[in-house]
Design a protein around this ligand. Sequence first.
Ligand code: RP5
Length: 181
Amino acid sequence: RSRTDIPAPSSGSSEPKTKQTKALVSILMGSYSDMPVLDAGVQILEKLGITYETHITSAHRTPEWMGEYVASAAPSGIKVIIAAAGGAAHLPGMAASHTYIPVIGVPVKPTIGDGTDSLLSICNMPRGIPVATVGINNSTNAALLAARILGVAEDEIAESIRDYAEGNRKEVMEKEAKMQQ
Ligand code: RP5
């Protein structure tokens, strides 16, 4: 699945917020069974108008394809990789060993166990090959972290992140106001 052609959300007008059409973020998963966990992150990227593509690149079942794809990601314009995997969750770490762009790992809760195995597999990387690791099943934060990385150099993305945070702030304050009524 590729979503490089998604329209950016408008900010009250019909003008897209960004003219970017090539994918900036690549979302990788060890198995299609990880996709439901990644949907929340996909929604964040769409909300922020960040272009992305999604791929199944198993570190175990398709190691050659995984390495080949990840090595080609940066030359094709990808700036950040989000990689999700569960159980013996080697994908984020193996992906990070095939590229120099930032890799954010999303530990997926397997059908057996609470996901701690995935979390530790992803965050306990050997020195020299970093993987930024978010909480178990937390693809929302993976997408927001990817956005923050991109936002350092892209003012429009930084602005979208501020709008998103302001929306969250308003939502909480509205709930607080209701609670105090
Ligand atoms: C990992 O094994 C995947 O990331 C997935 O979370 C887990 C189970 O995969 P399936 O057996 O559901 O394909 O590689």
